[in-house]
Write a protein that binds this ligand. Structure first.
Ligand code: ZN
Ligand code: ZN
Length: 367
């Protein structure tokens, strides 16, 4: 896998008319090489026979033996940035070019690191901003990645079912959030893919509510947004539950969000842009008079990061392709009153899509 991914990167590097790409963001490094440590960088030269250099520090000497395949020439260095500069220096020497264009990740490299890199590199190396190369490739999952996301999703579903079976009414939002985290860990997850959101009643009107030390009352809606991390991959799902009979206004909002979610979900397939899929849900919510209460995008890619490419929003210019894994999560938030969000995690397939999570979306009443 690692060799194939390096090859894909080398192809993009060549198409962008770069000589090499420095990969310094650790999530990108992990995706590219399989390396899971906390310090490392890679340099990928353009073309099939380009450089595949990997640098890390002495703590990972044994680990790289297990994690890196033979595609990589690994070097132990005291400072990965300096080590990467040395690898690039080697490239310059080997090729005898008077000028080398090195792409770097301008979305992740700090200004300080960039300045250091400039000092460390030979004068003939030109640093070119080239963010998004790895992220673009990461947006299309291979079968191994899909299996990891599916497993994380199934684990998260099971944790949710167990937690909800213990009842919500009378427990604090924080207690339910902690229960979710502990149950996911107990079931074998590395942890949460993000701190769970548990938000009852009017608190649910905050899209990114922090769980409060406040007991959940009967007869209210509760937004629960959670995900598991397994083998490095994230899951992400939201359900809104009812702790008993709710008023007509809340029910109306729930039904609207569910309708918008199912309509947008039906539009997920290769072809339409993220913006077009977003518009399916947005138009329905607009038409119902709640347009201003759906302030976030419809969804986002999920993989090693819980928020990654592609975006399903007004800014989503890229057409969906098979292998994308995205959330579909419209919400309506009525300030001070109620909030509803329903979120599925979906793989785009050649034929359309496959919903990875398995929990029902009809309004579910719980204790
Ligand atoms: Zn979510
Ligand atoms: Zn999400």
């Amino acid at each position: 896998v690692s060799a194939a991914r390096a090859e894909a990167v080398a192809g993009v590097v060549a198409r962008r008319e770069l000589d090499a790409l420095l990969i310094s963001d650790l999530v990108n490094v992990r995706w590219l090489s399989g390396f899971t440590g906390s310090s490392g960088a890679a340099v990928v030269g353009a073309g099939d026979d380009g450089a595949r250099a990997f640098v890390t520090d002495f703590r990972y000497r044994t680990q790289i033996g297990d994690e890196l395949d033979s595609a990589w020439t690994a070097t132990i260095v005291s400072d990965p940035l300096a080590g990467a500069a040395e690898a690039v220096g080697g490239l310059v020497a080997a090729r005898g070019t008077d000028r080398l264009r090195l792409g770097f990740d301008d979305a992740h490299l700090s200004v300080r690191a960039h300045t250091r890199l400039q000092e460390l590199m030979p004068d003939t190396v030109e640093l070119e901003p080239a963010g998004g190369v790895i992220e673009g490739l990461r947006a299309v999952k291979d079968p191994e990645e899909l299996a990891a996301i599916r497993a994380a999703t199934e684990l998260a579903d099971e944790a949710f079912t167990q937690v909800v079976s213990r009842g919500l009414t009378g427990r604090t939002e924080q207690a339910v959030a902690l229960d979710l985290e502990m149950t996911m860990r107990t079931l074998g997850a590395q942890g949460s893919s993000f701190p769970p959101i548990v938000a009852a009643g009017e608190h649910g009107a905050l899209p990114h509510a922090s769980p409060r030390d406040v007991a959940i009352s009967a007869g209210t809606l509760v937004v629960v947004d959670w995900g598991a991390r397994l083998d490095g991959y994230a899951s992400d799902c939201t359900r809104t539950l009812a702790t008993g009979e709710i008023d007509d206004a809340a029910r109306e909002v729930y039904d609207l969000v569910l309708r918008a979610q199912e309509a947008a979900l039906a539009a997920v397939r290769p072809g339409p842009t993220g913006r077009e899929v977003d518009a399916v849900a947005r138009d329905l919510i607009d038409a119902a008079g709640h347009g201003e209460r759906f302030g976030h995008g419809l969804g986002h890619g999920v993989g090693l990061d819980v928020h990654e490419a592609p975006r399903l929003s007004k800014q989503g210019e890229d057409p969906l392709v098979a292998g994308n894994v995205v959330t579909v999560e419209p919400g309506v938030y009525v300030p001070g009153v109620v909030g509803v969000r329903i979120e599925d995690l979906v793989a785009v397939t050649d034929e359309g899509h496959e919903v990875l999570n398995g929990l029902p979306k009809v309004l579910t009443f719980v204790r």
